[in-house]
Design a protein. Sequence first.
Lengths: 335, 318
Amino acid sequence: MLVVPGQVLTTESGFLRGHGTYVEIVDILDSTDVGGGDDQAEPEIEVTNMMIDGEGGEGCEDKPPPPPNEEGGGVKTTQRLVSSLLGLVHRVNALISVHPLSPLYTASTGDLIVGRIVSVQSNRWQLSVGSNKLANLMLSSVNLPNGDQRMRNKEDSLAMRSLFKEGDLVSGEVQQISSDGNINMHARSSRYGLLQNGLLTTLPPCLVKRSKSHNFLLDSNTPIDVLLGCNGWCWLQRHVDLENRGVEVITVEEIEGVKKVHAEKECDEEVKEDLVRVKNAIEILKICFRYVNKSTITVVYKKSIELGLTVEQMMTGENILECSAGTREAGAKIM
Amino acid sequence: MSSLLNLVSLRSDYREPSQSRVISSTILPPPSSISTNSPTGSLTYSQGLTKVQCEIYGPTLDPADRQPAVPTDPSSPTAPLTVTLSLPLSPSNPSKHLTYTLSSSTPPPLTSSVSSHTSSSLLQSYCLSIYRVFSKVVFGVGVRNRVEIRLKVFNDDGSLLSTLINASTLALATSAIPLTSLPISTTTAIFSPTVTQKSGTSTSNNKRSRSGGTVGGKGGMSGKKVTLIDLNLEEELSSGVDSYMVVVFDDDGCLMCKMENRVEVGRFRGMVGEAEGGCREVRGEVEGIMRDWARGLFERREGDGRGLQLLKGRVVGK
């Protein structure tokens, strides 16, 4: 259901307010018992208090109901859940929230995001992530070279540009959203870190549904790794196989060595064509405004191969419509 | 000067006295690369021939705000706002604009009258009115954050302040800024049909400041006063128009009422009642624009492709 700001969602009790909603407490003056009053008169509504979404319940102390009117009219206090955004209503059991159709990314804890370094400061990097705020990546939230586990010192602060410098693409996870909306992220995992030797494509964040895995191999026959950031930034690179290496335990040095080889080794023509084909598949989904996930990308990718299209031919009008057929059902699957 | 109402009580643009002008809006797509300097939402909005552009920036962290992070009082939601308004200096030179910025950290202007004789004071009064309206409805943007509303006037054909407020409402809603309600504005005034003078000609007053009362005399239409809604420029500058008012309504009632001069209570109630009806009509139009825009995006995302078509070799939504 599409709602606009100020639209009442429900007046029943027992619902929890989620994002994009607020609770309004209204006093309805019941004037039907007043002597000589019009039976058809509408009750007057007086807004007395309002609880703001995310304020933690401050200001919503239970007030005792006002005494009834001496002339016989009563005052009823009731609550109603009101939408504060233009968007779609989502209901999960008793939780009602409104999801806006915003082109900006709204961060949530645990989101996998891709960002570009815009600033290197004394003990943190600042990244642009497609939001109206920059994300902060602290020096203590990244792995040191060679997997050292120690306190960061001044030498580490001075050597920050050896890890990430301005213009680098970095993947990480949202660790915390501060009270003023700032995004704090971390990259303390071998899955995250510097992104090199690949392609970046951007999408509206509303096309990326949160799922179990945002980092996947597209297809067993297609050696392309896809990193779908929840902020709509999508990274494509040649497949880096860290699992089937014949050893049980992979050390940090080995992982770093594999990533270094991947960054320095140039891609073959076939791999380049596959990368561009997957990128075009994502662009087709973006044009058609469909959800982007492993299923939909695979559908478009395979359709383009089935139709015998080159990467240039994929982006013509008719071929876009043909390749995107069947993506609606694929997008409905929960990955 | 010809009368504003013809013999069948229709205005010069064939509207009824309580009818608003045609509303149209174009919500612009977001930029391809979104950064902290790009607008969250932007649109052009026109009411009749009055056309404005509105851009919303934020919520962004306000570097000038050094106060500690204290939660806002839920009973009185306020949000630091910055309103920037650009008016063309003169109709003959539309490329040059006069710009004024009002934020919570700058002191408010001394005068806020509706009728102002200079462009700069008019600019300040409009900024102050827009700031006062939206500081009541914008909330939940986060502590130490600021939302900026940038407005630019392309053409002024009357009811400029109400057009600016309606455009800001639409832009804030489509930019996913939390609002407690939708403030919708319109203008209203009392019109007394002009009477021709004894010589058969009538005088006209091109100044924006209007004198109170009606032009008495013989001939012409009867002296029955009519309440007009959503005045255009010709009506605003007419000498027969009295008690000009800009009214802003939301779901709970009147948010703001700006009067040019004093109005008697009986007449005031009638005018506010008419304005409420006008606001209801405009609200329906504005909500329709919002729903059509959102529905178009939603149908493209969830649809089965029938919402798309080829147009000159490009895939576009139907």
